[in-house]
Design a protein around this ligand. Structure first.
Ligand code: NDP
Ligand SMILES: O=C1O[C@H](COP(=O)(O)O)[C@@H](O)[C@H](O)[C@H]1O
Length: 504
């Protein structure tokens, strides 16, 4: 089966794509593969250059060689030498370190020279692929040297996640960035918004007439958002131990899913209209007291177990994890949204590492039929009506409903209607960063986070962070690697007479 598509692509303006932290994992694994995919789709500007910024000891030749290695290892499709070479011919390397301000004066002069030679015309996209501690210092140097000023050309700054570590630090970073440039120039990235299945949530809701009339408290019983990962913390012990499951996943990725599912329809599919509705619904997430936050959450750490054929050790024995750490590798929360549409409808969120299956999904549970009309049939024996948006894997949408089992007796069973992307579309494999980078180059920030959304996300999780910090080890549960997570996460729903959706 094939689907009808409309093609509205356009070539971005000529520009320089400047990557800070070009020697790092993100640049080598995801950014270069995304640029390659854009090159393969002929979606890079005609006049284009990639300028990698390293602090020390990297030449252009060495960088091109390294990026090619990264590309061969992580490309989402077989690498075509001619396309790779065309891209790598655009790559140069310049040294600059925010700790050495004069290196940024040199960088500005070098970029001016390069642009003149390549005819990229002064448009610049600065991508901060560095540790978060370097975001503000780099932006400050770009501002000081005048590189963020838009004089007839555009200047954009892509800021990676995590954007702050709590509400206060996110506000501080926003204040700093907004003192150097305007909101329109800032592209706060969340790679979940690069996923097709995530972008499709708005299309499902607003390009169809049949869902929206029932998309509210009158018909929806509750919503479950699950991001379960099989991978443990691996070699990221030092980053992860300072971060934890809640900070790493909830105010960003899970809240992207929540806001797209719960937002009001914007009047136009345009960045500010969409982002205002997303910010509005996040601001309506009930702020819990610390006592409520403890009651409405579960946090846990994994202990040794097996995920598939892999042995996973205790989280506490991971390299660079502090002895006695209380950092959670699993978090489950119950949130409410204080607005007309969602009053009384719980949103249950959960995410964890080293679990038995990989699954990212939004499951919307509709209310049961109002009474048991069929003879000998109790309401409890009916299947629950779940609309499931499978973000990953098995990307698609399914609907579970009751149907009559053929035969003379009235017997009822739950069945599933399934849409799978792979049955309809043959999209070239992508890593999600293509759309985000392309959108940034064409100046569309619809898929990027605005300052108010980021802060609303942190505001909603802050009581959990504070309450967990105070509680320390008290209340921290464990779960076996390879399991479905801690039993207490089931209790969070059980006490409301509900349960997590079981994979069918
Ligand atoms: N890797 C991933 O899969 C993902 C990463 N991210 C985010 O992307 C960013 C980069 O991550 P990742 O590539 O994994 O990190 P890495 O540590 O692998 O690389 C970051 C690079 O930044 C440079 N760097 C380090 N410290 C500074 C500093 N103080 N000032 C300027 N440059 C510095 C280093 O290059 P040099 O020494 O050559 O200057 C280093 O290679 C982070 O914010 C991360 O949270 C987000 C999603 C996924
Ligand atoms: O940002 C992050 O996301 C990944 C999960 O991303 P996904 O696309 O594989 O769902 C997570 O593993 C990582 O810890 C986190 O920093």
């Amino acid at each position: 089966m094939t689907a009808k598509t409309s093609d509205t692509t356009k070539k971005p303006d000529p520009c320089a794509f400047v990557i800070f932290g070009v020697t790092g994992d993100l640049a080598h694994r995801l950014v270069i593969a995304a640029l390659y995919n854009l090159q393969a789709a002929d979606l890079l500007p005609e006049k284009f250059c990639v300028v990698g910024i390293a602090r020390k000891g990297m030449t252009g030749d060495a960088l091109r060689e390294d990026l090619l290695k990264g590309l061969k290892q992580y490309a989402t499709r077989p690498v075509d030498d001619a396309i790779a070479q065309k891209l790598l011919n655009c790559v140069t390397c310049i040294e600059a370190d925010p700790k050495e301000p004069e290196s940024f004066d040199h960088l500005r002069d070098e970029l001016d020279r390069l642009e003149a030679a390549r005819g990229t015309g002064g448009n610049r996209l600065f991508y901060l692929a560095t540790p978060p501690s370097a975001f503000a210092p780099i932006a400050e140097q770009l501002g000081r040297t005048g590189m963020l000023k838009e004089n007839g050309s555009w200047r954009r700054l892509v800021v990676e996640k995590p954007f702050g570590t709590d509400l206060e630090s996110a506000q501080k970073l926003n204040t700093k960035l907004l003192s150097l440039m305007n909101e329109q120039q800032i592209y706060r990235i969340d790679h979940y918004l690069g996923k097709e299945t995530v972008q499709n949530i708005l299309v499902l809701r607003f390009a169809n007439g049949m869902f929206e009339p029932i998309w509210n408290r009158n018909h929806i019983d509750h919503v479950q958002i699950t991001v379960d990962e099989k991978l443990g913390v691996g070699h990221r012990g030092s980053f992860y131990d300072a971060t934890g499951a809640l900070r790493d996943m909830v105010p960003n990725h899970l809240f992207q899913l929540l806001s797209l599912v719960a937002m009001e329809p914007p009047s136009r599919f345009e960045a500010n209209a969409v982002r205002s509705e997303k910010a509005e619904v996040l601001a309506a997430v009930t702020t819990q007291t610390e006592e409520e936050a403890l009651k409405n959450s579960v946090r846990a750490q994994y202990v040794a177990g097996h995920v598939g054929n892999d042995d996973i050790g205790d989280y506490l024995k991971t390299e660079d994890v502090k002895a006695g750490s209380t950092t959670e590798t699993y978090a489950a929360l119950k949130l409410m949204i204080d607005n007309w549409r969602w009053a009384g409808v719980p949103f249950y969120l959960r995410t964890g590492k080293a679990l038995g299956v990989k699954r990212t999904e939004v499951a919307i549970k509709f209310k049961q039929a109002p009474f048991a009309m069929f003879r000998d049939m109790s309401m409890d024996s009916l299947a629950e009506n779940f609309l499931v948006i499978a973000v990953e894997p098995n990307e698609g949408i399914s609907l579970k409903f009751n149907t009559k089992v053929p035969g003379p007796l009235v017997k009822i069973d739950g069945v599933e209607m399934k849409f799978r992307y792979k049955d309809y579309f043959q999209a070239a494999p992508a890593n999600g960063y293509e759309t985000l980078i392309y959108d940034c180059m064409i100046g569309d920030n619809i898929l990027f986070q605005r300052a108010d959304s980021v802060e609303a996300g942190w505001r909603a999780v802050q009581p959990f962070l504070d309450a967990w910090k105070k509680a320390g080890k008290d209340g921290l549960k464990t779960y076996k690697a390879g399991s479905e997570g801690p039993e207490e996460a089931d209790d969070l729903l059980k006490r409301d007479g509900r349960s997590w959706r079981v994979l069918s």
